[in-house]
Ligand binder design. Structure first.
Ligand code: FUB
Length: 375
């Protein structure tokens, strides 16, 4: 997780589009008001982007939201996002400026309809083992109970993954007193397979600390693969019947090219960085993820929830802001991509807003790449 090295991309086409947004700002449509900024005593956004340049608008603007995990429960769409907040933490490589302290659950009847904010579902103070940084969560349902999976730093500053329970998809959620045994790193994503098994995917490099677990135990030192070595892998573990623990030791999720060769650590345009998500389409498992410093949502396809997944291409080209994080869900016969950018804050990487757009699978199973800007 990232230094906000840039608020505008250097990629030629997208860079031009965004610079276009910036240049036009003074003369055209005002941006939506940024939430929290005044009340928190934070300076207003430095750059106002032309909202017409974005193909979608923020789903909510009264709070900052990011990392949207969307699910359908009881015929309604629920979103489990991170809630970004202004902070005085200096941006750094370990992501201290992503200083989130609680979660809100959002829901909507269908894309385009008003979004309901169900209020605070879980706060840092209610998680006995956690010290800071409630990053990207996910949720699922089993036998009428709802389970919220979330990462946070423990008292030693090491990311682990916790679970919290509720009788309602909107919470409030009660956190288990300890994190999941054997859990580490960030960005849990839970997938329910057709046979009723539940799997937790997780992991993120840099600020997500995956590079500190290469020996199986935590090390204070980063260990990235050498240039000719396979990339660091995201992890998967089947969940126990009670949904509160791993039923197995987490395994590597292999991402490979069409020839079956593992993607290399230096293959920054294709290798995994963070934000794992799995959906199933026509019997195939689609593993999608952020490439981090190259800012793509990419995907691979496989025949098992464990992979391997063969790289297929791009789901979403870079958005405004350093991070990119998404979910993919089917609802009422259509597929949707939930994602975030930093439009509301004028490009502040840690002050993001969630969006939704339709996602199309072609007849051959490939996904139509989404470009989040109009030209
Ligand atoms: O929101 C904090 C972190 O930023 C998430 O855990 C990452 O996936 C990135 O979106």
């Amino acid at each position: 997780m990232p230094l906000p090295l840039r608020h505008c991309f250097s990629f030629t086409l997208l860079g031009l589009l965004l610079l276009g947004c910036q240049d036009k700002s003074a003369e055209s449509t005002p941006a939506t008001a940024a939430p929290d900024a005044t009340s928190a005593g934070v300076a207003p956004p430095k750059v106002i982007y032309d909202r017409n340049k974005f193909i979608n608008q923020p789903l909510v603007s009264h709070i900052y939201t990011a990392d949207p995990s969307a699910h359908v429960f009881n015929g309604r769409l629920y979103i489990y996002p991170s809630r970004d907040i202004p902070t005085d933490k200096t941006p750094n490589e370990t992501g201290d400026h992503f200083d989130m302290r609680d979660y809100h659950v959002l829901s909507l009847e269908k894309p385009g309809d008003p979004v309901v904010d169900h209020g605070v579902a879980l706060t840092l103070e209610d998680v006995p083992w956690a010290s800071r940084q409630l990053w990207a969560p996910d949720a699922t349902e089993k036998d009428g109970k709802y389970y919220l999976y979330f990462p946070a730093k423990n008292k030693e500053g090491i990311f682990q993954i916790g679970v919290a329970l509720s009788d309602s998809p909107t919470g409030p959620f009660n956190a288990e007193p300890e994190p999941i045994k054997g859990s580490f790193s960030i960005d849990p994503a839970v997938f329910k397979d057709d046979d009723g098994s539940y799997y937790l995917y997780f992991g993120g490099i840099r600020g997500g600390q995956l590079q500190r677990w290469t020996t199986g135990t935590y090390s204070d030192t980063d260990a990235y693969p050498a240039s000719n070595q396979p990339a660091l892998s995201p992890k998967i573990a089947r969940l126990s019947d009670d949904m509160l623990q791993f039923a197995e030791v987490p395994r590597d999720v292999l991402l490979q090219d069409e020839g079956g060769t593992p993607l290399l650590g230096t293959d920054n345009n294709r290798r995994f960085f963070e934000a794992a998500w799995v959906h199933k389409y026509n019997g195939k498992y689609y593993f999608s993820y952020s490439t981090g410093d190259t800012h793509y949502i990419a995907y691979g396809v496989g025949d098992s929830p464990y992979g391997p997944f063969t790289y297929k291409g791009i789901v979403l080209t870079p958005v405004l802001g350093w991070t990119t994080h998404h979910s993919i869900v089917e609802y009422q016969g259509k597929w949707y991509l939930f994602y975030h950018d930093a439009q509301l804050s004028g490009g502040e990487t840690h002050l993001r807003n969630i969006k939704v757009t339709e996602l199309v699978h072609h007849d051959d199973g490939s996904i139509q790449p989404i470009v989040p800007y109009s030209n």
